[in-house]
Write a protein that binds this ligand. Structure first.
Ligand SMILES: *Cc1c(COP(=O)(O)O)cnc(C)c1O
Length: 819
């Protein structure tokens, strides 16, 4: 069978689009939904989707990157770009889905569809590992399972593939039907259905019924009856079913689950005989996903012996792309997840987003793409690296080295990982961002270990996807045209500095704000070009502020005068921000000073008032709504007076996080998003709608068994009248774990159980009472995460989440990840 060829004219026909074509014969290979991830512009078509932001706003960006083919819904662009092909449709997302469905229907390959609430991606990746020996598999990249992700996944199908494994995720009713049409799975797998994402549904039954629509036309459905207790037998989809359970009768009835040394031994009854398998995992979620894979292999006709032999070799799937500090001031992006060209493109986008070092190096192994000629593959990789402005390639493997001539920048090649490790002491790595990406068999974990600083065992993990999710959440709440300033003061509320600012810059916020000039300078040095407001500009730092194009907040006549003095006679229209005190009484001009301010502003052309702003003190609290309204009114009055003398209109802004969610009237020209970005908003009950961004983890160093009456820690504060067991963990008040958590006030999670502190918190360590719980040295202790929340910690010691976050000291390593 041949791969179909899609000219833009052919696509117009498939989409039934109103086409304005300059050249209908252009062949399209890539579907683009994000103007930032352009691969091969001449063979790409850009879909102007309107999700959080209107995709038409990025047409120019795509045009500048040489894209000439567009699917749009607003015809006004056609005349603006006369050298482009335009397909005008009613709904760009539907068009994307329609094209993917058409593509899918060209092939009659076997397909497995996976849905559920948890485990979809792991089950997909494991089935890939288990079945790769027998099939040429195409699968969803990472967790591309949305209304956009599914069509992009299916678009990858080529004639050579013999099996497709695709995941589908939904969050509301009436979403699955379309995904079902695109994937059209012959075999269906339901993973753990959980309680997650229940918001878009009125009940668990509704959620389940919607998800199962994926399998309405499937031949075979693999599931556990425990996941579908809400449904009757007639509601179970599939012409045939294969069930598995560890609690009730099933085709694969699991009778024993025994952990042995990090592995798990499973026994079951299958076709009236006892069978067994060994899973190389011990945690609950992996065991459950392992059972699903076991059931799938048997349902596909593999013998129990074959299944056992394959399952035993499963390897851990890390879906993370991690950003860590490396040796010699390098930043390391560790992506050991999978090594195919689509995930390479994703990783390169991330590399490009982080601008802290001018030099970008990629360490890449041979890639194995089924059904592609090496020269073809490496040509595409070389183009990709070139486009993403990579400066140096270190290729590892015998294949990539054969194509050295394709890479037109600094390169070095090694036969295998061992050869690299041996040569490592003589290699230069300094002040650069390094992407480490290799196929599993190359064991690149060894390389990232060499490059990263030893991680002290207490780590703050920052989920960048969650942070972007929170940004989009607030974007969806602001009115069109309102600008977004992101508050990155105090190391982005403890989460990091340039790493976060780079992320926000990539996601196109309009402004950043920091507290001190130093913070702003650090961001400039890391490649941040966004305008940056400095809220406490010290006089001694004016020179540096001007040199780095930082924009000071001006809150008094004195500071205004001295800033004017610091500007040279040649400065013209230097941007400043005027702070009005509308009721907080911290910094800012009040009504009585306005006249003096006029006098100074009136005849200075050295400065330009970029914005006028004030700060709400209780926007999240209903009991102070009257005061908030007064603040808004007072601010408007003063701002209006200022606009009159200035003769132009600067941006007006007053809303912080809970202002955005509770006071639409306060949005004005710009909002200042702070704590909401990091997952908290006092105006939202339980922070509903926001995602958890940060997890703080430490490790157990030692376990001790104490006799009745023995005491723990300084001043003998911890008492154990009946004796018991304690664990010492590597975090103390110097790391930001407040002394107030001592003596049972604070708790940590170990192996899924909450355990209290005992005795006083020490500078670098804390003791926990683990009496009656199975814990050993080296186990992980969670200080806070999604379940044991920062909100809880804040309430335990009578403070607010802001303080818990910003107290985490700089010696605690930050690890950033993308999933
Ligand atoms: C910190 C700060 C914000 C952000 O407040 P959140 O409640 O965290 O959203 C906004 N404006 C100013 C002036 C601030 O100092």
């Amino acid at each position: 069978m041949q791969n179909p060829i899609y000219t833009i004219a052919k696509i117009a026909e498939i989409l039934n689009a109103d086409a304005k074509l300059v050249d209908g014969e252009v062949v399209i290979q890539y579907l683009l939904v994000d103007s930032r991830s352009v691969l091969v512009p001449e063979h790409s078509v850009f879909f102007a989707l309107s999700s959080h932001r209107d995709g038409h706003g990025f047409i120019n960006d795509a045009y500048v990157k040489d894209i000439r083919n567009f699917v749009i819904t607003d015809q006004k662009y056609i005349s603006q770009y006369p050298d482009c092909n335009f397909l005008l449709v009613d709904d760009a997302l539907l068009a994307l889905q329609k094209l993917a469905t058409e593509h899918r229907n060209q092939f009659n390959l076997k397909t497995i569809g996976i849905t559920g609430s948890n485990g979809k991606t792991i089950v997909k990746e494991w089935l890939y590992q288990l079945l790769a020996a027998d099939f040429n598999i195409v699968k969803s990249p990472k967790s591309y399972n949305s209304q956009i992700g599914v069509p992009l996944s299916v678009w990858q199908i080529e004639a050579e593939h013999t099996l497709g494994i695709f995941e589908a995720g939904i969050s509301a009713v009436n979403e699955m039907q379309r995904l079902a049409e695109i994937i059209h799975p012959e075999i269906g797998i339901l993973t753990n259905i959980g309680e997650a994402h229940a918001e878009g549904f009125s009940s668990k039954k509704e959620k389940l019924t919607e998800k199962l629509k994926l399998f309405a036309a499937s031949e075979l459905f693999i599931y556990s009856p425990e996941y579908v207790t809400e449904l009757g037998l007639k509601d179970i989809p599939g012409k045939k079913q294969f069930s598995w359970s560890s609690k009730q009768a099933a085709d694969l009835q699991i009778t024993a689950v025994e952990p042995i040394k990090g592995n798990c031994y499973l026994r079951a009854i299958y076709e009236n005989r006892e069978i067994e398998c060994l899973l190389p995992f011990k945690d609950k979620a992996s065991i459950e996903n392992g059972m699903i894979c076991w059931a799938t292999l048997l349902a596909l006709g593999y013998t129990p012996e074959q299944a056992d032999a394959r399952l035993e070799k499963l390897s851990h799937v890390s879906m993370r792309l991690e950003l860590k500090n490396g040796i010699n001031q390098c930043s390391i992006i560790d992506d050991s997840y999978s090594a195919d060209i689509s995930s390479l493109a994703i990783a390169l986008d991330f590399l490009n987003q982080q601008n802290q070092h001018a030099k970008k190096t990629v360490i890449l192994s041979d890639l194995f793409e089924t059904g592609r000629q090496d020269r073809d593959l490496y040509t595409e990789i070389a183009e990709l690296l070139q486009q993403k402005k990579v400066n140096r390639l270190i290729g590892i493997g015998t294949h990539i080295a054969l194509y050295a001539d394709l890479f037109k920048f600094e390169t070095q090649f090694f036969e295998d990982t061992n050869a690299f490790v041996e040569a490592f002491p003589g290699l230069q790595f300094s002040h650069e961002t390094i992407l480490v990406k290799g196929a599993r068999r190359f064991e690149f974990g060894r390389i990232s270990k060499l490059l990263t600083q030893k991680i002290h065992d207490t780590v703050l993990e920052i989920d960048l996807n969650a942070m972007v999710g929170n940004l989009q959440f607030y974007r969806s709440k602001i009115k069109p045209g309102v600008k977004m300033m992101a508050m990155v003061k105090a190391f982005s509320y403890g989460s990091g500095s340039f790493e976060i600012a780079n992320l926000l810059q990539f996601h196109k916020v309009d402004y950043l704000a920091v507290a001190y000039a130093d913070e702003g300078i650090a961001l400039r040095k890391a490649g941040i070009t966004l305008p940056i407001m400095v809220m406490s500009p010290e006089e001694s730092a004016f020179e540096a502020i001007i040199k780095h194009k930082l924009e000071p907040e001006i809150y008094s006549i004195e500071i205004l005068n001295s800033f004017l003095n610091a500007l040279s006679d040649f400065d013209f229209n230097y941007p400043i921000h005027l702070k009005i005190d509308s009721g907080m009484h911290r910094l800012g001009f009040d009504q009585s000073e306005v006249n003096t301010l006029f006098e100074v502003l009136k005849d200075s052309s050295k400065i330009k008032v970029q914005s006028i702003f004030s700060h709400l003190v209780a926007s999240g609290e209903a009991e102070h709504d009257g005061f908030t309204q007064q603040q808004i009114n007072k601010f408007k009055v003063i701002a209006d007076q200022l606009i009159e003398v200035l003769g132009y209109r600067p941006l007006l802004h007053i809303a912080n996080t809970s202002g955005i969610s509770r006071w639409p009237e306060s949005q004005m020209d710009m909002v200042r998003l702070g704590i909401g970005l990091y997952g908290f908003d006092s105006a939202l009950a339980n922070n509903r709608g926001l995602q958890t961004v940060m997890v703080l983890k430490t490790t157990v160093t030692q376990i001790k068994v104490l006799e009745a009456g023995e005491t723990v820690g300084y001043s003998r504060k911890g008492v154990m009248p009946n004796g018991g067991k304690i664990a010492t963990v590597k975090i103390g008040y110097a790391d930001g774990y407040s002394r107030a958590f001592g003596n049972g006030v604070g708790k940590m999670l170990i192996n899924g159980q909450l355990v209290p502190t005992i005795g006083s918190i020490c500078m670098d360590m804390t003791m926990l009472d683990i009496t009656g719980i199975d814990v050993k040295a080296g186990d992980e202790a969670i200080v806070f995460n999604k379940e044991h929340t920062i909100m809880q910690l804040a309430s335990d010691i009578n403070t607010i989440p802001y303080e818990i976050l910003t107290n985490i000291s700089q010696r605690v390593k930050r690890v950033y990840f993308y999933e």
